[in-house]
Ligand binder design. Structure first.
Ligand SMILES: CC(C)(COP(=O)(O)OP(=O)(O)OC[C@H]1O[C@@H](n2cnc3c(N)ncnc32)[C@H](O)[C@@H]1OP(=O)(O)O)[C@@H](O)C(=O)NCCC(=O)NCCS
Length: 141
């Protein structure tokens, strides 16, 4: 399967929103907590990438070049297990590294496919945050 990774645009947002709301794990408990302003900031000033398959967005990631946080990584269910998650994450980590970070961090739900995915890909489990999510860190080259 061929795919390409590119910067997200405002036009992608309805599809990105649909992918975010379509997951069965790491469900957004309160969608109002993610504001349009925050999404636009990631798109315009931080790191916001999409993976396209046959011209359609199949997954996305957001990362914060100020803090080293990987804020989001979501793949459309129909496209899981094909390497898109790994490729998007690698692309985000390359950009964090280029921005000067020695380490990236993120949080994810305990017992999820995502938790297993991060463990397989060299992320270190730092324990639980106050909201019960697992905190992961990864050194960057
Ligand atoms: C967790 C998540 C991002 C992983 O994305 P993904 O695209 O399914 O992951 P990948 O395909 O890159 O890797 C997963 C496994 O798929 C398999 N895989 C990778 N490439 C493959 C290919 N070309 N063909 C078949 N299988 C493949 C591998 O087994 C891989 O594991 P490995 O890297 O140890 O070999 C995705 O499942 C997801 O969006 N989950 C729901 C939302 C969520 O919880 N997001 C995280 C929020 S913090």
């Amino acid at each position: 399967m061929s795919f390409r990774i590119r910067k997200a645009t405002a036009t992608d947002q309805p599809r990105i929103h649909a992918i975010r709301m379509g997951v069965s794990e790491n469900v957004l408990s309160d969608p109002s907590k993610v504001t349009d302003e925050e999404v636009a900031w990631y798109r315009e000033q931080a790191i916001f990438l999409v993976a396209e398959v046959d011209g359609a967005v199949a997954g996305f990631t957001c990362a914060n070049h100020q803090t080293g946080l990987v804020w989001a990584l979501f793949i459309d269910k129909a496209h899981e297990g094909r390497g898109l998650g790994r490729a998007l994450l690698d692309a985000a980590l390359d950009r964090l590294s280029a921005a000067g970070h020695a380490q990236a961090w993120l949080t994810t739900g305990a017992g999820t496919r995502a938790e297993r995915f991060y463990l397989r890909h060299g992320w270190q489990d730092m324990g639980h945050s106050l909201d019960g999510n697992v905190v992961f860190v990864k050194p960057l080259d």
